[in-house]
Design a binder for this molecule. Structure first.
Ligand code: ADP
Ligand code: MG
Length: 391
């Protein structure tokens, strides 16, 4: 069921207990740590006004002004933000990093179970993650949206509330964008701009044989969160009165709906005085990201299955869904963790850090990229996970 449809429904007082978003609310009530969910969903359910304001009532300029007026400027490098023909930025002697992502309804997100506030937040995160993967500091974003007339002002306000939360939390400035209409739903494109000293930038191509392969956080949970949400959607379509129990999947759902870009890891590495030799963020799954580093650095690697960091909830849910946790970690995607290589000399600096796990090391290109399984088999890594895996 579409979120907007739901909003219109409950606004006309046909508040449907059976709606999937109500389930979420229950879920949030039970999970005290999912503040983000509960806050927005309660907000949504209470809703400030009962109207559904049409965007055309405001006009394009009115809309942009309405959406952006509460954004504060955080960065010194922002000289002029929203409001003129172009933003003006000043990076003095820094290198400038620029990255863009486009998200399309029905392809990258499903509004049946992605609240718009989460969508706004996530759209910013996926871009900031790319700036951090260059070992840079994100400082500005632009946001372009195209939407069909089924989106009300209230809906777009939700989207921008998520964008604003991301900007406030990560200290980046919204400095521009574009707004237009679409015949087929919602498109959102975010561009992130960042800065770094030339000497600090880390590319994908710097890994050397014998470098250690390191990953932040844990892997595979976001993909499983999506599976859980998809399953609830199916159940709901068949039986709108069913009561899903999302509590035991709270971490997975949170990883899917509210990912965090690892700004903290970039800061940690600086503190530890470690400059990775190569780095990438994990958007498509560990396996495919490792292969990007291998290809661009012209090296091979040994990845150890028993070292891949997995959350206990991820492991138990894999058992329940009869999925292989290693496969999910390798090909799941959307984890937005950082994957990087460091020189062996830096081993002691990162050793024992709870945020970082050494999962393997790089080898000569000729040896290829392999997973070393728990049973000590060597299996070639492929972008989808691995080749000819049979245990
Ligand atoms: P132009 O016609 O020159 O493209 P616009 O009217 O589209 O100008 O934009 C006016 C200002 O509002 C610009 O600073 C632009 O970057 C900003 N802006 C437009 N759309 C958005 C949006 N969706 N989010 C944030 N800023 C926006
Ligand atoms: Mg414009």
């Amino acid at each position: 069921m579409n979120l907007l449809f739901f909003k219109t429904e409950y606004k006309s007082n046909n508040y449907k207990k059976s709606d999937i978003l109500i389930y979420f609310t229950e879920f949030c009530r039970q999970n005290k740590d999912i503040h983000f969910h509960s806050k927005i969903l309660f907000q949504m359910l209470k809703d400030k006004n009962e109207e559904r304001t049409s965007i055309s009532d405001l006009g394009e300029f009115g809309l942009i002004n309405h959406l952006t007026k509460y954004f504060k400027i955080n960065c010194e490098s922002t000289e002029k933000g929203v409001g003129d023909d172009a933003a003006v930025l000043d990076f003095t002697d820094k290198k400038v990093l620029v990255t863009t992502d486009l998200l399309v309804e029905g392809v990258h997100f499903d509004l049946a179970y992605v609240p718009l506030k989460h969508l706004g937040y996530k759209a910013v995160m996926v871009n900031l993650s790319d700036v951090y993967a260059m070992n840079g500091k994100a400082s500005q974003i632009t946001v372009s949206i195209a939407m069909s007339n089924r989106f009300s002002l209230e809906a777009i306000e939700e989207l921008y509330a998520g964008i604003q939360l991301a900007c406030d939390s990560y200290k980046v400035d919204l400095v521009g964008g574009d707004t237009t209409s679409s015949t087929t739903g919602l498109l959102i494109s975010v561009t992130a701009i960042g800065e770094a000293d030339a000497a600090d930038i880390v590319y994908r191509n710097g890994a050397k044989p014998n470098d250690l392969l390191v990953v932040s956080g844990d892997l595979g949970a976001a993909y499983l969160g999506l599976q859980v949400l998809e399953r609830e959607k199916q159940v709901f379509q068949v039986n709108p009165n069913s009561q899903p129990d999302l509590e035991k999947y709270s971490y997975l759902v949170e990883r899917q709906l509210k990912p965090e870009a690892r700004k903290d890891i970039v800061e940690l590495l600086k503190e530890l005085d470690v400059k990775p030799t190569s780095m990438i963020d994990i958007s498509d799954g560990l396996s495919s990201e490792i292969l990007h580093i291998c290809k661009q650095s012209e090296v091979g690697c040994h990845l150890y299955e028993n070292k891949i960091p997995l959350d206990p909830q991820m492991i138990s849910t894999c058992e329940e869904f009869e999925m292989e946790s290693t496969t999910i970690a390798l090909s799941g995607g959307e984890d937005y963790e950082l994957l990087f290589t460091i020189s062996q000399e830096d081993f002691l600096k990162i050793k024992g850090n709870p945020n970082l796990t050494i999962i393997g090391h790089m080898v000569e290109k000729e040896s290829g990229a392999h997973l070393i399984t728990r049973g000590n088999q060597q299996i070639e890594l492929t972008a989808q996970g691995w080749n000819s895996f049979d245990k």
